[in-house]
Design a binder for this molecule. Structure first.
Ligand SMILES: [Zn+2]
Length: 518
């Protein structure tokens, strides 16, 4: 018995893969569509949202166009709707047999990555003519703009030497702040910041972490270097009112943060409790040193939703203390006075770069390790825009997309610290501060912080500050791990310290070379 071949079935009319879910009710400004299976969000205009909503209700192209047209008081061309559905299909939001969640997620990742690449390319095209209006770039940029990678790298010394040439003839409207970066006298750099620019990039960076974004606008405490940044000076003895600005209370830390007198320790703990912060934004060394002393004195501390660390490299030891004392997650962020927060750690621990406001490139400096120097181009800064700015900061690129909803962004597996905060192994290899931390932190039991000082080609001294739960017997293993990482010939001395002091910039360093003093 033979069977007739089946006639090809007409293709199924398009339908949505799942019910529409909106982050907030669609408004005049548009709506954020959430894909429940991948957790991603897609920004739609109001018209797109109404079209899609109507399509979800009626499932028929012609009826959708007619009904949505009435709702929007517009003549809706069916081709618009088909275009929208094609875009929605490209994002994997239409039902398709045989497509699993992983494939959908990857498709969305690539579609969004293309979207951001196009957006950045467009912003960069608009940026170059504006740059040429500034004397410095007029001098250094020729007219042939053939791709970012061919444009000159901007180093910090050039900005210091030619600061005035980066300024426009007239300042843009809105609040302007004059600041300077931290660093030793030779490193300090003037910075001018437009708060309009700041507001254009900063919220986007923080939004890359949902937990942080959810606390936006809430009360928080800040603990950072006692350094005066030109806009605010945390002078010892400033009153609490003077240190409070909007929802933020700046705690009165000092260079002696590792050994605070009891009265100041108690005052800081009391201020932290009384301000009732949702979170603390802190330099990790400062907060870890404070937290360890508060723990020793059994001072009650507030319950926080999370801690954000920034300003300097966060050691795994700092993180361990903060998680233990505050019983909450710790998210690290990366930024600089020159351009603000650029990347933030997501819940999965990766650093995600703000995809709207920055282009980042990694420069190989052939130092024999896997750390790369970060070059930053700012896209949303109208005042003092930076093109391929050599930050002096090292990062390690991530080798696979993150598992979180922001996997289309550029990501770093880790921050590696400032290039100057590195030591060299006797064979010449560089160990960046984070590489040193990956050796010290797993072996140590109960350290608050430390600094590995290279004193000669093969001689190193680990200065360490014991924590409340210090286990002295773990220290020989720390020395052995360092010797193994540094390689043949390395000698490692251990020095227990009652206090660690920051550099004159106010920042602590986990590693440094000091080859002059023997
Ligand atoms: Zn992530």
């Amino acid at each position: 018995m033979t069977s007739e071949p089946e006639a090809p079935r007409p293709p199924d009319p398009p339908r949505l893969r799942s019910e529409l879910r909106w982050r907030d009710a669609p408004s005049e400004d548009g709506a954020l569509l959430v894909d429940p299976s991948t957790g991603r969000e897609f920004a739609l205009s109001r018209a797109q949202a109404v079209l899609l909503q109507t399509f979800a209700e009626h499932g028929d192209i012609r009826r959708t166009a007619a009904i949505a047209g009435e709702r929007l008081d517009l003549d809706i061309d069916e081709s618009w709707l088909l275009e929208l559905l094609a875009a929605v299909a490209a994002l994997g939001l239409l039902a398709e047999p045989g497509v699993d969640a992983e494939q959908l997620s990857e498709r969305q990742r690539l579609a969004r990555r293309r979207h951001y690449e196009d957006l950045r390319a467009e912003k960069l095209r608009a940026l170059l003519p504006r740059l040429r209006e500034l004397p410095y770039y007029a001098r250094t940029l020729d007219d042939s703009s053939s791709g970012l990678a061919r444009l000159p790298v901007l180093d910090k010394a050039s900005v210091r030497a030619h600061f005035a040439e980066f300024l426009p003839e007239a300042m843009p409207a809105g609040e302007i702040r004059w600041l300077s970066t931290s660093g030793t006298t030779g490193e300090r750099q003037q910075v001018v910041r437009s708060m309009v620019d700041w507001d254009a990039s900063q919220p986007y960076t923080w939004a890359l972490n949902r937990t942080i974004e959810a606390a936006r606008g809430e009360r928080f405490c800040r603990l950072t270097t006692p350094f005066c940044d030109g806009s605010e000076c945390h002078l010892r003895g400033a009153s609490r009112a003077e240190r409070t600005r909007g929802p933020r209370l700046s705690l009165d830390g000092g260079f002696d943060i590792a050994a605070l007198p009891p009265a100041r320790l108690e005052q800081m703990a009391a201020e932290l409790r009384e301000h009732e912060p949702a979170y603390v934004l802190a330099d990790p060394s400062y907060l870890a040193m404070f937290a360890d002393q508060a723990l020793r004195r059994r001072l009650p501390l507030p319950r926080l939703r999370f801690v954000v660390t920034a300003y300097e490299l966060c050691s795994a030891l700092h993180r361990r203390i903060l998680e233990r004392v505050f019983e909450c997650p710790v998210f690290d962020a990366y930024g600089a006075t020159e351009y603000g927060a650029l990347a933030v750690q997501c819940e999965a621990g990766r650093y995600h770069v703000n995809p709207e406001s920055f282009v980042t490139e990694l420069r190989d400096d052939e130092a024999g390790d896997d750390a790369r120097e970060l070059l930053v181009t700012t896209l949303d800064k109208q005042l003092m825009p930076l093109l391929r700015y050599a930050t002096g900061d090292l990062v390690r690129p991530a080798d696979a997309p993150c598992t979180c909803a922001w996997s289309e962004t550029d990501t770093f597996a880790s921050l590696e610290g400032r290039a100057v905060d590195s030591v060299r192994a006797p064979d010449g290899r560089r160990l960046a501060a984070a590489a040193v931390d990956r050796v010290v932190a797993p072996a140590a039991r109960g350290l608050v912080s430390y600094c590995l000082v290279q004193r000669a080609e093969a001689l190193y001294r680990l200065e360490y500050l014991p924590a409340e739960d210090f286990v002295e017997a773990s220290m020989p293993a720390v020395a052995a791990a360092l010797r193994a990482a540094l390689g043949p010939g390395a000698r490692v001395q251990l020095t227990r310290c009652r206090e660690l002091l920051p550099a004159s910039s106010g920042k602590f360093r986990l590693a440094r070379a000091d080859l002059r003093s023997r």
